[in-house]
Design a protein around this ligand. Sequence first.
Ligand code: PHE
Length: 482
Amino acid sequence: MHQLNKNIFITDFKVFGGVIMEHKKGREGFSSGIAAFFATLGSAVGLGNIWKFPYVVGENGGAAFLLIYFICIIFIGLPVMISEFYIGRKTRKNVMGALELLAPKRKWKSIGIISMLASYFIVFFYSSVGGWVYSYVFKAIKGDFYEVTSKSAQDEFVRTIIGPIPPIIWQVVVVTVVSLILALGVKNGIERITKTLMPILFILILICDIKALTLPGVGDSFKFLFKVDFSMLSGSVILMAMGLAFFKLSLGMGCMMTYGSYFTKKDNMMGTAAKVAVSDTIVSLLVGIAVFSAVFSFEMKPSSGPGLLFMTVPMVFSKLPFGTLLLLVFFILASIAATTAMTSMCEVVIAYYSEQRGMSRRKAVLLNAVIILGIGVFATLSADASSLLGKFTIFHMRLFDLFDFISSNILLPLGGILIAIFVGYVIPKEDIKKELSNEGKLKLDKLIDAYYVILRYVTPVLVFVVFLSSLGVMEKLIKLFS
Ligand code: PHE
């Protein structure tokens, strides 16, 4: 079973001072290319597809924005994802172990530290939202969404996020579910769950879309998402597309490195990266069509974020025939997306605790859950603006938004740029070629050359721009010159 993951000899790092011989016994990994694809897709598809992507696309020029997003995927997303896969599969180690092996005693280990910090910062607030989504599944089963009005939708949402006890209980439930998956291990947990849940998620989305096609608002939803409006494109919109690409594809924080370390040596990593990026975008668009068809059928304005997911959706879906059932389907699919995405965030640190710190997997999972809940609870409580914690702000941000800001706007782009520079300038090209082509078995020479050029000369420059923008510098410059 572990044949492919056993007996791995890494012998070609002479550049880093001598030959490193590594022999690892029975490290777990994914059993096939399909398993690797579903697990990686499980990480990419998350709450971002549901409340971020469709709205951002519609609000910022539809197809014109999509075009920019695709350019970002090609020039930033894919190169960074492939580089992360490379680091992971080459070393077969967790983020810290991988960087130690590839660049011993070098400052590059900071990539590992940034990765783990980013995973925690994201999971702190993501688990709160995950809890709300789970609680909506429960409410849908109980039949709470019968003839929802805008007032009752709002009340329900306020009840959901105002603590202190219910949102914390739901956060504990989500973290427990994710921890159970993780405790089962890479094959029995992550692989089995994503292989089962990803196809189900897809079917549930299709059910919502089939319903959407019968609604009067379907035409408007297509217009909203696909109209070509180049006039909406501005510097800041382009920068937004780049930030979205990072968050959507779970890049810059070690997720893809860690999952890459579980790929078999037969997997086509470049192919997997492309398939994941395309499938993730399709999922986002399908969710967008379902949600906005319903929204436009009732002549409502689309909104974003929690408002779209927790107020508009229950209101419009509940008005449709079989609406309560549809709501249940929708929130189940959102829960699946949140669960598999969170599982991947946590695996980054769990692999570190168990491999670098010698903890048993169970202990690592437990420690991780304690840390997430110990700090994440404060994010949850801060989401209620009227609470004591909700009034406490740092840089004008509540803890909830602060965690989002630090991770998405600072740590992910920083991790991304360092990964691109590390693989592009520190690792010998021959080695990258060998790994990506599976020792020459895959005929990908031209693609690898193109990837390498983009990684060295395009990605770092573009990411640098995103990074500056996230700190507000770029926006000011753009304003200055426009
Ligand atoms: N890609 C996930 C989403 O769209 C979020 C995520 C970010 C998951 C970083 C893992 C790591 O919701």
